[in-house]
Design a protein around this ligand. Structure first.
Ligand SMILES: NC(=O)C1=CN([C@@H]2O[C@H](COP(=O)(O)OP(=O)(O)OC[C@H]3O[C@@H](n4cnc5c(N)ncnc54)[C@H](O)[C@@H]3O)[C@@H](O)[C@H]2O)C=CC1
Ligand SMILES: O=C(O)[C@H]1O[C@H](OP(=O)(O)OP(=O)(O)OC[C@H]2O[C@@H](n3ccc(=O)[nH]c3=O)[C@H](O)[C@@H]2O)[C@H](O)[C@@H](O)[C@@H]1O
Length: 440
């Protein structure tokens, strides 16, 4: 099939490369000329496992090209997958739809009859219907469908090639047929395909993100109760998660969630639900949000207590800057929020991250940074483990103990082997776990 992917950022660059790789003829389009020049030269705007290889292979095969022209997009194909960004509006929790709207407007002028515009961005419910009315007014028979994206950063290519489900919101049998053809190899592999109306498809996306965020905040709320009761949240999480009705994923207690999606998406969802008169139904999402931000404060408070009651004059080593392992993204990173608060309260902070140092430095230039763990930890009074990179699980605790001033560690992600660290002379602490607790 011929198709375009409009908006070649995180989602669009991956989607375009993957669609070409499964055999489609793909034109990736973006208004950012530098991004298009870079993609045309095979350089991805984001680091994702396997993406550079897919770009190189499919550019070379001629199945993948990039352009800045929406007119060219309209003449190239009748199927257009819309992946423009939907950031938070500066003045409210609502999503800013101007990029999606500009892309649709720019394309609509050139669309041929029978074209299908497929939204993939995360949008407030009702957006597809509004765009559908607009297309009906300004084009000759172009229609809209919605096909939300569920990929995770760090495994974007894998999630696109082998998704757990495909959801499409359509208003005609023709649109469903087109989308079945787009994802034909995935459907042949048995990936569940849900075909519904656009409003339901839009809601599936925000409901999924809200549920995952709620699960994380639930276990972090349990961590607070464990702290009060002298119980161990790590054991509790494993035991609760062993129930197949609950499941162990997204039940890892610690510093909580960040990134560009969870916090933004469920705030936008709550705002939209309120607008629709259903605010009360999702009022619990505000509590999910409060629990999540409280984890950052609780981490800073525990770190200050471990540092002797004040950060003044203390040297604090921070392991991790990205919002999660496997990513160089520092947007709303819990790790950087804690590092900034600790510094603001008087500590000298040195941050290490395997991948996100450049982005972290650009976001918070006043923090100290180190390219290796040893340098970050030199003469430290306290080490904070804030992003659970596998590299940190491989640290040799005995060697690191020789580098720090005090072998004192706060594992805010509950992912280090406490017994190993203790055996090497470290004093190890965590949220929701008693010192020397049940599973250490
Ligand atoms: N990044 C992620 O992990 C995921 C993101 N999403 C959703 O997918 C959508 C896209 O997200 P990202 O790729 O992260 O955003 P991004 O900000 O990385 O990329 C958006 C791209 O759209 C381009 N663009 C903006 N206006 C345009 C226009 N008028 N014409 C052509 N191109 C235009 C921008 O130049 C940029 O390259 C958002 O709604 C997001 O919430 C959904 C699932 C995962
Ligand atoms: O809509 C989006 O943009 C995407 O948002 C999330 O993907 P992502 O933000 O890449 O990251 P996740 O791996 O889901 O992690 C989100 C945050 O939750 C935290 N987390 C995750 C799991 C857990 O048990 N505990 C926990 O604190 C992570 O550290 C991270 O800060 C969803 O998982 C994707 O399905 C969705 O497509």
């Amino acid at each position: 099939m011929r198709m375009t992917v409009i908006g070649t950022g995180y989602v669009g660059a991956v989607h375009a490369a993957c669609m070409a790789d499964i055999g489609h003829q793909v034109l990736g389009v973006d208004s950012d000329t530098r991004r298009i020049a870079s993609l045309s030269a095979g350089r991805s705007p984001v680091r994702e496992a396997g993406l550079d290889e897919l770009l190189a292979k499919n550019l070379a095969s001629g199945r993948l090209r990039f352009s800045t022209s929406l007119a060219e997009a309209a003449s190239f194909a009748r199927t257009h997958i819309m992946c423009a960004g939907t950031p938070r509006r500066p003045d409210s929790d609502f999503a800013d739809l101007r990029y999606v709207d500009m892309a649709v407007d720019g394309l609509a002028r050139h669309l041929r009859p029978g074209s299908l515009v497929v939204g993939r961005s995360t949008v407030p419910v009702g957006t597809a219907a509004r765009i559908g009315r607009h297309l009906a007014a300004v084009t000759r028979g172009a229609e809209v469908a919605w096909n939300p994206e569920f990929l995770r950063q760090g495994s974007a290519v894998e999630d696109t090639m082998r998704p757990e489900r495909i959801v499409v919101g359509v208003t005609s049998a023709h649109a469903e047929t087109v989308l079945r053809a787009v994802y034909a190899p995935m459907l042949r592999a048995g990936v569940p395909f849900f075909s519904t109306d656009p409003a339901t498809a839009e809601l599936v996306k925000v409901a999924a993100n809200s549920f995952l965020a709620t699960k994380i905040s639930f276990i972090n709320a349990m961590a607070e109760v464990c702290d009060a009761a002298g119980a161990d949240v790590a054991v509790l999480a494993r035991a609760v998660g062993a129930d197949s009705r609950i499941g162990a994923t997204y039940l890892e207690p610690g510093l909580g969630f960040g990134g560009s999606s969870f916090p933004r998406d469920f705030r936008a969802f709550a705002a939209r639900a309120e607008e629709l008169g259903a605010g009360e139904a999702v009022a619990f999402l505000h509590e999910v949000d409060r629990i999540n931000t409280r984890q950052r404060r609780r981490t800073v408070t525990l770190a200050r207590r471990l540092a002797g009651g004040s950060f003044a004059g203390r040297r604090i080593a921070v392991l991790g800057a990205s919002f999660k392992p496997g990513s160089d993204d520092v947007r709303d990173s819990p790790a950087l929020a804690v590092a900034a608060a600790v510094r603001q309260q008087g500590a000298t902070v040195r941050v290490h991250d395997p991948r996100a140092l450049d982005n972290a430095r650009a976001a918070l230039p006043d923090l100290g940074y180190a390219h290796d763990v040893t340098t970050a930890c030199e003469n430290a009074d306290l080490v904070l483990h804030l992003t659970p990179w596998p590299e940190y699980r491989a640290i040799e605790p005995g060697a690191l103990a020789a580098v720090v001033r005090t072998p004192l560690l706060l594992d805010a992600r509950n992912s280090l082997d406490a017994r190993r660290w203790r055996a090497a002379g470290w004093s190890l602490h965590a949220l929701g776990r008693p010192i020397g607790g049940t599973s250490w």
